[in-house]
Design a protein around this ligand. Structure first.
Ligand SMILES: [Zn+2]
Length: 318
């Protein structure tokens, strides 16, 4: 099945896990705070788990049940009711007296079982108005939703918002909006509403380059047109935040050609994925991703013509 932008958005709208309800009316989440903090060079990084998203295998383009079971068995992973349970992670990076948030979780946009990122920040003693900069990997609701407080105002009262120009333009393009099915327009509405309160403190990235001190933007197009990764240089120690380069830790290292219905351009998604996985192997990069299994830190290994995920040792109590 070929997924183009129209079918992508139709699938997005049809996905049962997604709630398109208005932000202002939504109930607060009962999810608790789960965080993992560690020191890397001159930075303190905290992984903030927003919750988990069940993704049915029918949303995976190229999925083969027998192959999936083989991969799952080899990787010691499990799958429940033909659904992958995919975490949603955001990040706090504290360095040189500045607090940078990379992605913001879902807040109230995607239903129960998600929306805990703000509770995670509170649990580590970080007030929302102490965040200096918010970097978005892209403008899907599981990354941009947490920009908004429950009343629809800015959740981060003093933060500058940084997003790729190409990403911003896509979600604000009236011609693209007019071309998508009626049921898909809610995603444009959510993206626009999430960023609107930040219009007077917005910085749009023109390609690769510095996104914040010590954080360099990387173009990772495919999942969305302006999908962006960030490379942290923490005084000689590096960490790559690759956004949605991988959605399923269990399946997509072994089958990097399998895409998900949320990928805007599947062929470009796969090309970008292979390029970055090759770089991660070659440079032995410490990497993290928005949908890698929590705490989402590890390295990529080459395995034949594909790849494998090697989780980093969990640094307890640091
Ligand atoms: Zn995502």
């Amino acid at each position: 099945m070929t997924i183009n932008r129209r079918s992508l958005l139709a699938t997005f709208a049809a996905a049962p896990v997604l709630t398109l309800g208005g932000v202002a009316q939504a109930a607060t989440t009962g999810a608790g705070a789960i965080t993992h903090g560690f020191t890397l060079g001159d930075a303190r990084v905290t992984v903030l788990l927003d919750g988990h998203l069940p993704v049915g295998t029918q949303l995976i383009n190229g999925y083969d049940e027998a192959r999936a079971q083989q991969v799952l068995a080899q990787g010691l992973h499990r799958m429940q009711d033909n659904a992958l349970t995919i975490p949603v992670n955001g990040y706090l990076v504290e360095r040189a007296g500045r607090r940078v948030l990379i992605d913001t979780g879902t807040a109230q946009l995607m239903g129960p079982g998600l929306g805990a990122l703000h509770a995670g920040l509170a649990a580590v003693g970080v007030a929302p108005d102490s965040i200096d900069t918010v970097l978005l990997t892209h403008m899907h609701p599981d990354h941009a939703g947490g920009l908004l407080a429950a009343d629809g105002t800015a959740a981060f009262a003093k933060a500058e918002l940084v997003v790729a120009q190409r990403e911003w333009d896509f979600w604000h393009d009236e011609a693209i909006l007019a071309s998508v099915p009626e049921g898909s327009r809610g995603f444009f509405d959510m993206a626009r509403r999430a960023v609107a309160p930040y219009a007077d403190r917005l910085r749009l990235l023109q390609g690769e380059g510095q996104a914040a001190p010590g954080l360099t933007a990387l173009d990772l197009p495919g999942h969305t047109p302006g999908h962006t990764g960030f490379m942290l240089d923490a005084g000689g120690e590096g960490l790559l935040f690759w956004g949605d380069l991988i959605h399923s830790t269990a399946l997509q290292f072994a089958e990097p050609g399998w895409t998900i219905a949320f990928d805007d351009d599947p062929a470009l998604t796969v090309a970008t994925r292979r390029r970055m996985l090759d770089r991660a192997v070659a440079d032995n990069l410490l990497v993290t991703g928005a949908h890698l299994d929590f705490p989402a830190l590890g390295r990529v290994l080459r395995q034949g013509t594909t790849y494998a995920w090697q989780p980093a040792p969990w640094q307890f109590g640091l």
